[in-house]
Design a protein around this ligand. Structure first.
Ligand SMILES: [Zn+2]
Length: 96
């Protein structure tokens, strides 16, 4: 038997019902994992992940709304570019 690795769920990340997360995975800040998703890789900040195996299909805002292609939120009008710049200034990992 191997040693179980800790799973890290960062601030404000949300997990849907019945999702499965492999141990040792890190789920980024504000990320959303869809119901029933199977997560086998680390999840970036603000990522929206669904399916088996889990795939990143988009990005979400801090208000959990899906971002447009130009990375803006239609609800709160924030830009994820500014959020990521602010996070990188604080030493927080950027999305890929
Ligand atoms: Zn928003």
């Amino acid at each position: 038997m191997g040693l179980l690795k800790p799973t890290l769920v960062r601030m404000k990340a949300a997990r849907g019902a019945n999702c499965n997360i492999i141990c040792g995975i890190t789920i980024g800040r504000y990320a959303i994992i869809g119901a029933g998703a199977v997560v086998t890789k680390n999840i970036s900040d603000h990522a929206l992940v669904v399916g088996n195996a889990g795939q990143e299909i988009g990005l979400v805002c801090v208000c959990k709304e899906r971002l447009t292609e130009d990375l803006r939120c239609m609800v709160c009008d924030k830009s994820i570019k500014k959020m990521l710049k602010r996070n990188s200034e604080k030493g927080i990992r950027e999305i890929k």
